[in-house]
Design a protein around this ligand. Sequence first.
Ligand code: PAF
Length: 282
Amino acid sequence: MEIFKTKKTLLDYIERQKEMGKKVGFAPTMGALHDGHISLYEAARKENDLVISSIFVNPTQFNNASDLEKYPRTIEKDIEILEKSAFVDAVYIPEVTDIYPEGLKSKEYNFDGLENEMEGKFRPGHFNGVGTVVEELFRQVKPDNAYFGDKDYQQLAIIKKLVEKLNLPIKIHGVPIYREKNGLAMSSRNKRLDHEQCEAAKVIYETLVKVNDWFRIITVSEIYQRVKDIFEDQRGMVLEYFEIADEATLKETDFFYKDRNYRAFIVVFVGDVRLIDNMHLD
Ligand code: PAF
């Protein structure tokens, strides 16, 4: 596997690969790799000649300094995982100046309102940070296909919108949520949970499964009340938000219309670790 630590070496490599007509699949990450990331690489491997990943903890998408500081950084281990997986041909580990040559500042995007829902309300500026880093990485890596986890469903929708608005010739693929045996969605942040918290956090997934059972049987407001009750009983956990939203607009719904698709979204603090999950309702 090739490792590129500067923009210049990456760009030379990409140019050579493109000249050879290689189809490039790309999965950007912030490192602390786990099996969820591997599932992105596996999907990319099936559809591309070349699979590239990046590892960059993007400061502008953190609206909380302590979250940025505590974000796990395990670069040596990540490289080992990548080598072992054998799905990835090259990894790009840029310097901050390769992504932000003019200083750490996000661009301002209009994602047609998607950015104002859910995470947008709780993490102001987050999606401008994500848009800025992903746009820059896309411009450098020039992928044909890019892969993102369904776990960050709103982020996935926003990246699809980014590509559409900027007219970038990149197909965006969502990859199903990869879960621990107990149902907890895999996330780099899980590394900050102790064993007990990891076990207790399965209630997040279990709640989503229950919501799916209640879907179209009881009203939206009854579902909200039941979810609230579940988390009131959990020690060491705080429900930040639970929403059922239209999958296309990400707007919260208070009624289930027949011909629309819905998804339940949830964010829970387990101790000081913020965990996010979602589930399509059917
Ligand atoms: O999902 C992530 O890991 C990050 O938000 C991303 C897409 C790599 C941008 O920093």
